[in-house]
Design a protein around this ligand. Structure first.
Ligand code: EPU
Length: 338
């Protein structure tokens, strides 16, 4: 069934949980409903924005003058199963971590490092969510979409999605052109564990462990660094980790020998934005109701009834200070919604 709400208070529809109203909020449960909505006057005459769990959105105003379009397509279906792997099609409206929970319960490996990431399945394929050495692109087989202009279905193979760090063709060349309706994931029945990122291995028990143990370890690490959703509103990492030329890093290293870095390729390194922000002295700093999270400077939080303008101002001051101190531009991972 299609659900339509007008002048809708969307505090609970985005994880920053700020007091924002949307002119319209519309939810559909099937692909056919989506197609009929795309042809409707409401969507033909108003701007609209497909949203998932709202975990990567920053509404920059207290009113969104358009239609927020949310998928409640929640069908899950096994398409193919062999002794070694399973292809499963998951509706875009399924909560991402509910899917990970299911995979782990069934012993299907591949998603466990991505445990406890907020958001929904549709957005996972747009954002290429990642954590602890795994990105969702590693388990995506194909992405089912509807073309907005025509209402026609189109399936993108993984190789067509142009996946990169927190990016995909749906965020760039084809931004605003397709809506994801389902994602087909390829999971392993004899899981190969990925434990080499940061302190993941050292947080696991001695001896043999399962994907359930990995999920538990990832959740424990995330809980220790990121705010619990009911503690403070936030959008997880607010900024992406900047990729800089190796030569620039070598120069910076002279003044900042303890600057962490990860090699990207022969000529580039990635530097943690959280470290840069921390060393600029932002830990715990506030602007209005917004603040830099004490345990992880990469996360901006709604500490005390923040308004969109507080977060926008805090983020821009942080960017400016990192630019001035290190000559590095840090870019938001969250999407600014006008
Ligand atoms: N650091 C500081 N101070 C801080 C924060 C970090 O000094 O306030 C240092 C840490 O000590 C560490 C380095 O910066 O040396 C990196 O920090 P961390 O390992 O916590 O991870 P990250 O690079 O900050 C990325 C992802 C996270 C993901 C983790 C684990 C991005 C933008 N963020 O964070 O993703 O969970 O790695 O894989 O790539 C998200 O996207 O919402 C998210 C949480």
């Amino acid at each position: 069934m299609i659900r339509i709400e007008e002048n809708y208070f969307i505090k609970e529809l985005h994880t920053f949980r700020m007091p924002v109203y949307a002119r319209w909020f519309v939810e559909y449960e099937t692909v056919d409903e989506l197609v009929s909505l795309l042809r409707s006057e409401l969507l033909q005459q108003n701007r609209f924005l497909p949203i998932g769990g709202g975990s990567n959105l920053l509404f920059v105003n207290e009113h969104y003058n358009g239609v927020l379009l949310h998928s409640a397509i929640r069908e899950t279906k096994i398409l193919q199963e062999t002794d070694s792997e399973v292809l499963v099609r998951v509706g875009s409206g399924i909560v991402w971590d509910d899917f990970v929970t299911q995979c782990v319960a069934k012993g299907w490996g591949g998603a466990e490092n991505l445990s406890y990431i907020p958001g929904e399945v549709g957005a996972s394929a747009v954002q290429n969510i990642g954590a602890y050495g795994v990105e969702v692109k590693d388990i995506i087989h194909e992405v089912e979409t509807i073309e907005i202009a025509t209402g026609s279905p189109r399936i993108f193979q993984n190789s067509e999605c142009e996946y990169g760090y927190r990016s995909s063709i749906f965020k760039h060349a084809l931004k605003g052109k397709y809506i994801v309706t389902a994602v087909v994931y390829r999971l392993q029945k004899q899981p190969k564990l990925h434990l080499d990122y940061g302190n993941l291995r050292s947080s696991l028990p001695e001896g043999n462990f399962s994907i359930a143990d990995v999920r538990k370890a990832v959740i424990d690490i995330r809980r220790s660094k990121l705010p619990e959703p009911d503690e403070y509103g936030s959008a997880g990492s607010f900024f992406m980790n900047p990729v800089i030329p190796l030569a620039q890093y070598e120069k910076l290293k002279i003044s900042y020998p303890d600057m962490p870095h990860y090699v990207v390729d022969e000529t580039h390194v990635k530097v943690p934005a959280g470290w840069l922000i921390d060393r600029c002295g932002w830990k715990g700093k506030c602007h209005g109701g917004a603040a830099v999270y004490e345990k992880q400077c990469l996360v901006l939080i709604n500490k005390d009834n923040a308004l969109p303008a507080d977060v926008v101002a805090l983020a821009s001051q942080i960017r400016e200070s990192v630019r001035k101190t290190y000559g590095i531009e840090i870019n938001p991972e969250v999407n600014y919604i006008e």
